[in-house]
Design a protein. Structure first.
Length: 239
């Protein structure tokens, strides 16, 4: 068997993995992960003019790639892309409020620092940041920061070779229901964090630009039960 035949055989195995994934009991929840990519794309279109949109576009690319990897049974690679999706989106939000750091990053003089993004006081989920952009979300500061730190750690353990994570990874071309469920759980946390952080940071912008209606489905689909979101749309309807 030559290299070409070997690669074709590998692709056939991936096709089988995809079938197993979509025929599993997690199929409906996994479908929601794909729907989130569509929701996220609406946000990116609305925010296309901001300089940091390059990071948002990278984030959605990683999100789509993560779903593809997961459907093929490449769970470790899926978790790595999922972490990048979260990192790039939250870093875009951080830089959107700090032009000096953005210019340094653009010039290759500054790198993303996760500890800075999740700093309890000045990070994007800190009360100081939230109070500046959407103070009605301030009481969610600790919950959001905790969720971000926990899901980031969960994804990172697959990347850094944590023993318990490597030990549970299946062999090549093996479907694993438990890891699919774990991926979906992490994805749901990240979809929630991305959705709420975009609302917090760009609430004023989307109201002034009259984009609330355009973003209604992406927002309501992911964080519709939050009273702050319900209030946002009820106020818009009163105007």
């Amino acid at each position: 068997m030559d290299n070409k035949d070997e690669q074709i055989q590998i692709l056939e195995c991936f096709k089988n993995q995809i079938s197993l994934t979509w025929n599993s009991s997690c199929a409906e929840d996994f479908r929601q992960c794909f729907l989130f990519v569509k929701d996220f794309s609406v946000w990116i279109k609305c925010l296309d003019a901001i300089p940091q949109s390059i990071l948002l576009k990278s984030s959605i690319n990683e999100c789509a790639i993560a779903n593809l990897f997961c459907s093929q049974g490449l769970y470790k690679q899926a978790m790595a892309s999922l972490r990048l999706c979260l990192e790039h989106c939250l870093y875009a939000i951080q830089l959107s409020s700090d032009d000096f750091s953005f210019r340094r990053w653009k010039a290759g003089q500054e790198d993303m620092k996760w500890a800075s993004i999740t700093d309890s006081e000045f990070g994007i989920f800190g009360k100081t940041f939230i109070r500046a952009y959407a103070p009605e979300f301030e009481d969610r500061s600790s919950e959001l920061n905790r969720t971000a730190i926990n899901v980031y750690r969960e994804c990172s353990e697959y990347i850094h070779g944590n023993y318990s994570k490597l030990n549970c990874l299946p062999g090549q071309n093996e479907f694993n229901q438990e890891l699919l469920s774990k991926y979906i759980s992490c994805f749901q946390s990240i979809a929630y964090l991305i959705s709420i952080s975009l609302v917090i940071r760009f609430k004023e912008f989307i109201i002034e630009s009259k984009m609330l209606i355009t973003l209604e489905q992406p927002i309501m689909h992911n964080i519709d039960m939050l009273p702050e979101v319900q209030l946002l749309y009820s106020k818009d309807g009163d105007e």
